[in-house]
Design a protein around this ligand. Structure first.
Ligand code: GDP
Ligand code: MG
Length: 801
């Protein structure tokens, strides 16, 4: 009997909760646990919600929710409990026994592709003689059987075979309605081991539904005979569904299967875990929006998870549309769906069903790549051919390095043309301001502070756009998933998983979204380590510094120096991860599926859209924090020199010795110079001049400010014919007679900037995502210390050459 059938004042004992996993969890948290006694406080017909009392609390449930709670009315249960103190049947030993006979009924349903051996399994289990045939469409409706096993009574149902659970064919509709209305306790997903890819597709739909599932890996005899090997235990752990090999023709493995079903039913199986089959960034974004709207509404059936409903809505599943039509928000949800669907299909130039199917097959391919070993190769297609090279043990790694090198080369070489154009516009603008404005602080502010600072950063926009384009191309084409795949072994060696690789690569763009993306890593310690090492991934804000200094000093080997810097960041990240895993976090081994989607040529529209999104962010930063910082740096560098240059005598010894130097500017220290010189003793060993020191400090709010500060500090000389920042950097200092930057100090400076304290936004993200400020503090201190040490080593070694 179901809870919604009780009338006011009646009591019942809870037997089990049906429905999807998240719903069951929520109900259990509210106290709806087997053996607990629930009482109807208020139950007017047609009244929704219904009020109940459980564990002395009042709870109201929707009728649809109460319908998923199976109970025995207290009077039928023949249980006499002292009402004043008992809240569960377990307070009374005899009652518990009687209750358990009610509870020990498990309803199971067989779901699987046609011809995978469901009926054979059904017959052997229940002793029935249903027709078995080696062609599809034999079972047209549900056959029921009953048997006892392990002290439980099993009600088993054989359902028609289906390839998926959409509502295209009558079989599919039938199976889905059955799962919805009859809510079996455990679904047996029969999977034919002879055709895993196609069979597991249906499994991904069951995973989306978030129901209790056990996989019967049937025709296991054929798998063994073929010589193929499947690590089904690992596969089960990866997808969060226990897998038991069976041969339903002979009955082999069935006992193990039913033992597993009992364990799942009693929540005792630890392979059970709800995972999400990742459908790609764009679809996931749409799903999240829809899920939020669906979750708000309790009228929507709790039989299936909101995620499943959202996916089916995107697929225009007419029956699921009917499910939600009772909801007062139905129109709103449909409008949202149309909007998201439009967005996704436009981005991908493909219809949603193919996108989702592609991602799901990618998920399956990834799972099988790690668990399935084929004995003889026969099927060959483009994806397989490319993968044979790209994920090859020998070539995989060099190919990855080559592709990265190509990215950096494009970023630097191709980017240098538009960079030159923007540079000349900025120069022209500065020149223009200098000519038309009267001398004074305002003129200096605009030409040196704003144009020197913001202009100095904006010239790198093309490089950043190109880098983002490359990253987005690698992601959309499916290569990034392969890169993660070949990195998996390496990542395991540092105590992480290949899945951590994607947030790390995203870090090359910007560490902030990358830290957020680490959320998808299910193991907590892996997640925190991934977050902490992310700042060592050189983000695009650091790119301008490299472009500037490499262009100035290492123009001949630009791409190589680039690659070396990025690799250094990666190496430091790996060593750090290793240390953290060894010292601080204990080992954990949650296996994941790494998706291997088929290769696709990304649509230009999607790549451009992703790239432009980043460009917009960059420009916004220009107008905001970088503008403010430039003005601030300029002001700190401008004062107090320019407001009272008569009074203050200079305090700096090394400058007074150069008293005959030309400009008044150098007679006194600016605030910035004082700051720089105060900190500089610490930075001198790594080859940094005070201006470099100040730039590094100024870069803590945002790394772009390093370059804008250099732009403000090296104002250059108005008579010079070539006023580019790189020329200004190499101009000898008027006091020391030496340029501030040499190849060695430039290299050390880049290493320092690569590794030191993450920007404020990243630290904030780290604190937010880990939930502890200590991790943010660790990141700031540890990274700066490592940066100093490695910059020191770089400087000293570079000086030898
Ligand atoms: P259904 O369509 O899923 O109900 O599949 P059936 O139970 O009708 O079985 C389809 C075919 O597969 C029949 O010829 C069975 O004899 C055969 N079969 C079922 N289970 C096994 C198995 O475990 N191993 C082998 N080798 N054949 C099986
Ligand atoms: Mg059948």
């Amino acid at each position: 009997m179901r809870l919604d059938e009780l009338t006011t004042g009646q009591q019942g004992v809870i037997v089990k909760i049906l429905g999807h996993g998240a719903f069951r969890k929520r109900m259990i948290e509210m106290g709806f646990v087997k053996g607990h006694i629930v009482k109807v406080l208020l139950h007017a017909p047609l009244r929704d919600p219904i009020k109940y009392e459980i564990l002395d609390y009042e709870v109201s449930l929707r009728r649809t929710e109460a319908h998923l709670v199976e109970i025995i009315p207290l009077e039928d249960a023949n249980i006499n409990i002292d009402e004043r103190k008992s809240r569960t049947v377990f307070d009374d030993k005899n009652a518990e026994e009687r209750f358990n006979t009610h509870r020990k009924v498990i309803n199971i349903a067989l779901v699987g592709n046609p011809n995978c051996g469901k009926t054979s399994l059904f017959n052997i289990a229940s002793g029935a003689r249903e027709h078995v045939g080696n062609y599809s469409g034999v079972t047209v409706d549900a056959k029921e059987g009953v048997f006892d096993y392990g002290g439980y009574q099993f009600n088993i149902v054989d359902l028609p075979g289906t390839y998926s659970l959409a509502s295209y064919s009558p079989e599919e509709l039938y199976v889905r309605r059955y799962l919805r209305d009859e809510t079996p306790d455990v679904i047996i997903n029969v999977v034919a081991s002879s055709n895993l890819e196609r069979n597991l597709y249906l499994t991904t739909e069951l995973i989306d539904m978030d129901r209790s599932v056990v996989i019967a890996l049937n025709m296991y005899d054929e798998l063994e005979r073929s010589g193929n090997k499947l690590d089904y235990k690992l596969l089960g752990e990866m997808i969060g569904v226990p897998i038991v090999p069976t041969v339903s023709r002979t009955g082999e493995g069935l006992n193990k299967l039913f033992d597993t079903i009992i364990a799942v039913y009693e929540d005792r199986n630890n392979a059970v875990r709800h995972i999400h089959v990742n459908l790609g960034e764009d679809v996931e974004q749409g799903l999240n929006i829809l899920k939020d709207a669906i979750k708000k509404d309790h009228y929507i059936s709790p039989h299936f998870s909101p995620r499943y409903i959202a996916i089916k809505l995107l697929e225009h599943d007419s029956e699921v549309e009917n499910f939600i039509s009772e909801s007062p928000d139905a129109e709103k949800i449909k409008l949202l769906r149309d909007r998201e669907l439009n967005r996704i299909e436009q981005l991908h130039n493909e219809d949603i069903s193919s996108i989702i199917a592609g991602e799901k097959y990618g998920f399956i391919a990834g799972a099988l790549a790690e668990t399935f070993v084929k004995s003889n190769r026969n099927t060959v297609n483009t994806t397989h051919i490319i993968d044979a090279f790209v994920t090859n043990k020998l070539f995989g790694f060099p190919i990855f390095i080559l592709i990265m090198l190509l990215c950096f080369w494009t970023t630097f070489e191709i980017g240098s043309y538009p960079m030159g154009w923007i540079e000349s516009i900025v120069d022209w603008l500065g020149e223009f301001v200098r000519q038309i404005m009267p001398d004074g602080a305002l003129k200096d502010l605009i030409s040196d502070g704003i144009i020197g600072g913001v202009g100095g950063v904006i010239v790198f926009l093309p490089n950043i756009l190109i880098l983002y384009f490359c990253i987005s191309f690698m992601e959309d084409s499916g290569y990034m998933a392969r890169a993660a795949f070949i990195m998996d072994k390496l990542m395991h060696r540092i105590g992480l998983h290949g899945k951590s690789f994607i947030p790390l690569v995203m870090g090359f763009g910007c560490n902030v979204p990358a830290v957020l993306a680490s959320r998808s890593i299910e193991s907590k310690s892996s997640r925190i380590i991934t977050i902490l090492i992310n700042p060592f991934m050189s983000c695009s804000a650091r790119l301008p510094i490299y472009v500037l200094l490499i262009g100035t000093f290492f123009d001949k080997h630009a791409a190589l120096v680039f690659l070396a810097l990025y690799l250094l960041g990666i190496v430091v990240a790996m060593v750090t991860a290793r240390l953290l895993r060894k010292i601080y976090f204990k080992k954990d081994v949650t296996p994941f599926v790494m998706e291997l989607p088929p290769y696709r040529i990304p649509t230009l529209r999607a790549s451009l859209r992703h790239t432009w999104g980043k460009g917009e962010q960059y420009l916004k930063k220009m107008g905001g924090i970088i503008l403010v910082a430039s003005i601030l740096v300029w002001a700190l560098n401008y004062f107090p020199i320019h407001n009272d240059n008569e009074t203050t005598p200079t305090t700096s010894a090394n400058i007074s010795s150069n008293h005959d130097a030309t400009a008044i500017d150098i007679e006194h220290d600016s605030y910035l110079e004082m700051l720089g010189k105060a900190v500089n003793p610490v930075m001198e060993p790594i080859g940094m001049h005070w201006r470099a020191t100040v730039s590094a400090i100024a870069g803590i709010p945002a790394k772009e400010i390093v370059v804008s500060t250099l732009g403000v500090l090296y104002t250059g000389n108005e008579e010079a014919s070539d006023n580019a920042l790189s020329t200004r950097l190499t101009t000898p200092d008027s006091i020391t007679g030496k340029p501030d930057f040499t190849p060695a100090s430039a290299l050390a400076f880049m290493v320092f900037i690569l590794l030191y304290c993450p920007c404020i936004a990243t630290i904030t993200a780290i604190v937010k995502e880990t939930g502890k400020w200590q991790y943010g503090a660790f990141s700031a201190i540890y990274n700066t210390a490592i940066a100093w040490l490695l910059a020191f080593a770089t400087y000293r070694i570079a000086l030898l050459f």
